[in-house]
Structure formats: C-alpha cells, structure tokens
Design a protein around this ligand. Structure first.
Ligand SMILES: CC(C)(COP(=O)(O)OP(=O)(O)OC[C@H]1O[C@@H](n2cnc3c(N)ncnc32)[C@H](O)[C@@H]1OP(=O)(O)O)[C@@H](O)C(=O)NCCC(=O)NCCS
Length: 172
C-alpha cells in the first residue's frame, strides 16, 4: 500500500471538480433535496469558482493518492482566506474529502495530520473548521483528533438555512 500527498495546481482543476462533486453528492444527497444539492454543487464547485480558490494565495489544496489512485483531498486556508475572521494565528481546514471507496483506510488521518503539520510549521496557535451539524461521521472523526466545539454559524444549502458547528484544536 502506498500513500502520497501532492499539492494541487491549476492543471488539476478537472480532477478537483470531479472529486468534489462526487464526494459531496455521496455524503449529503440522502439528507438534502435534489434541488438544494444541485444549487450548492453549481455554486461551490463550478470550474471558475475552483480556479479562483486554487489561485488564492492563502488557500492550499492537497490531493491524496492511494496506490497511485486519486482518493481525496484537503483544502486549508490561512490569513484572510479563512471563512471566519479567526486571525493570523489560526489555520482553517475547509475540506477533507475522501472518496467513498477509500474511506476507513486511514487517509483522512493522513490529511488531518498534514493540516496539523502545516499549522505547526507556520507557528499557528490554533486549527479550526466548520462542519454541518448533521454530519455526525465527520464530527466523530474530528473529535477523535482532539477538536472540540467552540461555536456555530449558519450557511445556506440552496434555500435551506443550515448550521455548521465550529470545532477547534489548540496547538502547543
Ligand atoms: C470524515 C472523513 C474525512 C474520515 O476519513 P477516513 O479516511 O474515512 O478516516 P480514517 O480511516 O483516516 O480514520 C482515522 C481514524 O479516525 C477514526 N474515525 C473515523 N471516523 C470516525 C468517526 N465517525 N467517529 C470516531 N472515530 C472515527 C478511525 O476509526 C481511525 O481511528 P484509528 O486511527 O484509531 O484507526 C471521510 O469519511 C470523508 O471524507 N467523508 C466525506 C466528506 C466529509 O464529510 N468530510 C468532512 C467534512 S468537510
């Protein structure tokens, strides 16, 4: 078994879109209407939007490969790219997406450790994320790595207002 993590660039746009749409669909389609899913996917993962995110200086994307197959990705934000004003001493995990067939193999753990490593390298004091309150699987996963709930904010999934739990972990 080989695991590799590579930073994504503009050449990887198509693959980034493919993994994003597939994982989002597989994770959330059973708990949301088809219309709201479509509206969200169109807005969040159109090529123009992803291209903009990839060229944002303070955002970084990393693919993870399992036996050379693209299995998921990590998106982190620092400084002004963070989706909440958390300040320059924190790093946001915006997404950890592992494709369904690669879940449960330790790849999420590789990516969360990658995010923690990057935060420590950059002398950040805190690492945080927002996760949908109904995404119990991800909440359980983040708790396992020492994240605790420190807040909440709302966001729109199509026309439905939903709550994201904010979870944080203090770094030594
Ligand atoms: C949540 C997610 C990132 C977890 O990744 P994964 O690759 O399946 O998890 P791993 O196999 O790396 O698990 C690592 C450890 O966490 C534990 N774990 C995983 N899910 C858990 C859960 N729901 N509750 C408690 N522990 C959990 C595993 O048992 C494992 O423990 P171990 O190291 O002691 O063996 C993955 O399921 C995913 O991408 N889901 C869909 C997208 C999503 O919801 N992303 C998060 C919001 S952006």
């Amino acid at each position: 078994m080989t695991v590799k993590i590579n930073q994504c660039n503009q050449q990887n746009l198509q693959l980034l879109q493919e993994i994003s749409i597939e994982t989002f669909n597989d994770t959330f389609k059973d708990q949301n209407s088809a219309a709201n899913m479509e509206a969200y996917l169109d807005r969040a993962f159109n090529l123009k939007q992803l291209e903009k995110e990839l060229s944002t200086i303070s955002s970084h994307f990393f693919f993870i490969y399992y036996n050379e197959e693209p299995a998921g990705y990590l998106k982190i934000n620092i400084n002004d790219a963070q989706s909440e004003k958390m300040g320059d001493e924190s790093l946001e995990i915006e997404r950890i997406y592992i494709r369904n067939k690669f879940q449960g193999k330790g790849l999420g753990k590789y990516l969360i450790n990658k995010a923690i490593e990057l935060a420590i390298e950059q002398n950040k004091k805190m690492i945080w994320l927002g996760v949908w309150e109904k995404n119990e699987n991800a909440i359980g996963f983040y708790k396992k790595f020492g994240f605790v709930q420190t807040g909440a904010h709302s966001f729109y999934m199509g026309d439905e207002e939903q709550i994201d739990v904010i979870m944080s972990k203090t770094l030594k």
